[in-house]
Design a protein around this ligand. Structure first.
Ligand SMILES: Nc1ncnc2c1ncn2[C@@H]1O[C@H](COP(=O)(O)OP(=O)(O)OP(=O)(O)O)[C@@H](O)[C@H]1O
Ligand SMILES: [Mg+2]
Length: 207
């Protein structure tokens, strides 16, 4: 049985509780979750019209994206992964990712492609961004690891509809009733978990 997260929990406390919760999943549960996630991702019509899709390599108990990445390759999609921007602190760059791309462990212990200028994909060329998160709520709000990387990346899409649409990926146990949020937090229109797809047509920052 999962205890609800207290409504007055701070962002730091929520991050800690949810990371513990998803970290407690067994290897078998993790494997099944990654496969179930892919089955729901296959139902997204957005994929049909997308050529270039950003995703990430799972870390820290995140739902396994490897089956999805392999399926995207099979579909002939261009897969790109985020890397920490070498000069612009707090920002991401996206690099093309193939089964042969060299990778290394970044300062957060996250595996990312080795920076290679010839592999950089401008954000305007990305059609969809599968977005990692620690927690999401019943209003489409998202809480990340605390770096603000995705809030910065998605700002232009949220404010003027320009750029790639984000789709959050998570385990079901990462959903909470209501997240505390800040003015810079970008809510997401769609989240996919192993059990279902969650849609929010419109976001109201006053929720
Ligand atoms: N668009 C932005 N411009 C400048 N600073 C920002 C922007 N978005 C977020 N930040 C800063 O980033 C910091 C971390 O933000 P936050 O706690 O929301 O991260 P997060 O959403 O958990 O992380 P991430 O987006 O990397 O998953 C905050 O101090 C915030 O001021
Ligand atoms: Mg945020």
């Amino acid at each position: 049985m999962q205890y609800p997260i207290p409504l007055n929990a701070t962002r730091t406390q929520i991050r800690q509780l949810i990371r513990q919760r998803r970290g407690a999943l067994s290897a078998t549960e993790q494997q099944q979750a990654g496969l179930a996630l892919l089955e729901n991702i296959k139902q997204l019509t957005h994929i049909d019209n997308a050529n270039t899709i950003a995703i990430y390599l799972s870390n820290d108990g995140e739902v396994d994206t490897q089956p999805t990445i392999e399926w995207l390759w099979q579909q002939g999609k261009q897969v790109v992964l985020p890397v920490l921007h070498p000069f612009s602190s707090g920002h991401l760059l996206f690099l093309h990712y193939t089964p042969h791309s060299p990778v290394y462990e970044n300062k957060y212990g996250i595996i990312e492609p080795v920076l290679d200028q010839t592999q950089v994909c401008p954000i305007k060329n990305i059609d969809l961004i599968f977005t990692p998160l620690v927690a999401f709520d019943h209003h489409g709000q998202r809480l990340g690891m605390g770096g603000g990387y995705y809030d910065r990346t998605l700002k232009s899409w949220f404010e003027n509809g320009k750029g790639a649409m984000p789709i959050g990926l998570a385990h079901d146990c990462q959903q909470v009733e209501q997240l505390p949020y800040e003015p810079w937090d970008i809510p997401l229109p769609i989240f996919v978990t192993p059990s279902r797809i969650w849609h929010w047509e419109k976001h109201d920052k006053s929720l």
